[in-house]
Design a protein. Structure first.
Length: 180
C-alpha cells in the first residue's frame, strides 16, 4: 500500500510571514511553484500562501489585469497532449480556460500586476493560517480524498507538529504513471 511518505517531497521551499508580497511573487516565479508553506523564524509552520492569495489581494484592490493569452502555458508540451483544437504551442503550467476560449496562466497574471501595488503587504497579510495537513503514514487514498474533497493542489505533510514534506497532485500523477 502506498503511503504519503512514499510520495512526499522532503525538500520544501518555504517563505517567511515577514516576506513582502512582491518578494513572494518573485520567489514563486523563480522556483516555478504556485504556493509554499509559511514558517516562522523558529521553522514552525504558521500557514500556507499561494498565487490565488496574491490574486485575491490584487482583486480586492481592483487591479486584476486582463491576461487572456493564446499559446501561453508551461508544464507538458501541447503537441504531446493532442487534446487542444487548435493546438496551443508551449507548455502548460497552472492555467484554466476562460469562457471566451482563451488560456489564462496564473503565473503571468500575477506578473502583470504592478509591484508597487503590493507595497506594504507581507505574506502574513494574505496567507491562510489553516493549511491542510496530513501525516506521513496516511495512505494514497486518504491523500487523494483530501485533495479532491477540499479542491486543493497540495497538502503539507506534518509529523509531530513539524513540517516534513509536501505532496502535490503532480506527485500522485507521477507515482501512478511510473508504477508497474
Amino acid at each position: 500500500m502506498t503511503m504519503v511518505r512514499d510520495l512526499m517531497k522532503t525538500e520544501v521551499a518555504t517563505v517567511s510571514p515577514e516576506s513582502s508580497v512582491a518578494d513572494l511573487v518573485e520567489f514563486l516565479d523563480r522556483k516555478g511553484i504556485t504556493g509554499a508553506p509559511v514558517v516562522d523564524a523558529d521553522e514552525a509552520l504558521v500557514g500556507i500562501v499561494t498565487v490565488r492569495d496574491v490574486l485575491h489581494l490584487a482583486r480586492e484592490m481592483g487591479e486584476v489585469p486582463e491576461a487572456m493569452r493564446w499559446g501561453m502555458a508551461r508544464g507538458a508540451p501541447a503537441e504531446e497532449t493532442g487534446f487542444l483544437d487548435p493546438p496551443v504551442e508551449g507548455e502548460f503550467f497552472a492555467y484554466y480556460v476562460t469562457p471566451g476560449g482563451g488560456f489564462v496562466d496564473v503565473r503571468s497574471r500575477i506578473q502583470e500586476v504592478p509591484d508597487k501595488l503590493f507595497d506594504g503587504y507581507k505574506v502574513a497579510d494574505i496567507m491562510s493560517t489553516n493549511p491542510v495537513m496530513i501525516p506521513p503514514e496516511a495512505t494514497l487514498q486518504d491523500l487523494a480524498r483530501i485533495l479532491r474533497d477540499r479542491k486543493i493542489h497540495r497538502v503539507l505533510v506534518v509529523d509531530n507538529g513539524q513540517l516534513v514534506g509536501i505532496v502535490t497532485n503532480s506527485d500522485i500523477l507521477d507515482h501512478l504513471a511510473d508504477s508497474e
